[in-house]
Design a protein around this ligand. Structure first.
Ligand SMILES: [Zn+2]
Ligand SMILES: [Zn+2]
Length: 205
């Protein structure tokens, strides 16, 4: 039974705990034109890469940056990430309210904060913490405890959804060589994985 608040309430489906929710056969594509380029992206073929190279060269260099919804927490990445992981674990679902969150594994020191007003790192699982903007409530990263020893050179994985919309599918074609679905055994039954040929991993790796 869904909660009733007033006449109509929209519930974030990803935050539901019900085990036996039926699978859904129809979704309304709402604001599809606002979807980010990484949604549904699969690594490019040689030919697509060639085309992308020309488009990116014509545009000029990309500043890879992102941040929270209110703008008080901002970061830059020293280069575009090479890997994207769509994660269906309960932490990702509960902390976003969505069916999944998409992570961009980066290397040590690749993410630099350019604005940190209201930024806090909070523990979200026994093995990791996440940066959150306490002004607008948006989660931005995950930092695994094993990578958290040195505050200056720590490995921080940002969420793909936090990237600014200044990059294109061509940037993905040129840089991204690995995209996978992870923690698929924790996926909610109402969400159907796309038939995209990408690797599906039961757990985290
Ligand atoms: Zn914010
Ligand atoms: Zn997750």
């Amino acid at each position: 039974m869904l909660p009733k608040v007033g006449k109509e309430v929209h519930v974030c489906a990803g935050s539901l705990e019900v085990e036996n929710l039926p699978s859904v056969h129809s979704f309304l594509p709402w604001q599809k034109e606002e979807a980010p380029p990484f949604l549904g992206f699969v690594p490019a073929t040689k030919k697509e890469k060639q085309k992308a190279k020309q488009a990116v060269a014509a545009r000029g260099e990309l500043k890879v940056q992102g941040g929270c919804s209110c703008g008080s927490c901002r970061f830059v990445l020293t280069r575009f990430p090479e890997e994207f992981q769509h994660c269906y674990c309960s932490s990702c679902r509960k902390l976003s309210g969505a069916a999944w969150q998409t992570w961009m594994p980066t290397e040590e020191g690749q993410l630099k904060w350019t604005s940190k007003v209201g930024l806090k790192k909070v523990r979200t699982t026994s093995h990791a913490r996440r940066h959150v903007c306490t002004k607008c409530g948006v989660f931005l990263t995950i930092v695994y405890d094993e990578d958290d020893a040195d505050a200056c050179l720590q490995t921080v994985w940002p969420l793909a959804g936090a990237l600014d919309d200044n990059y294109t599918k061509e940037d993905l074609c040129l840089r991204v060589s690995d995209v996978s679905h992870i923690c698929v055994k924790y996926k909610q039954p109402w969400w159907t994985l796309p038939n995209d040929g990408l690797q599906r991993i039961k757990g985290a790796s």
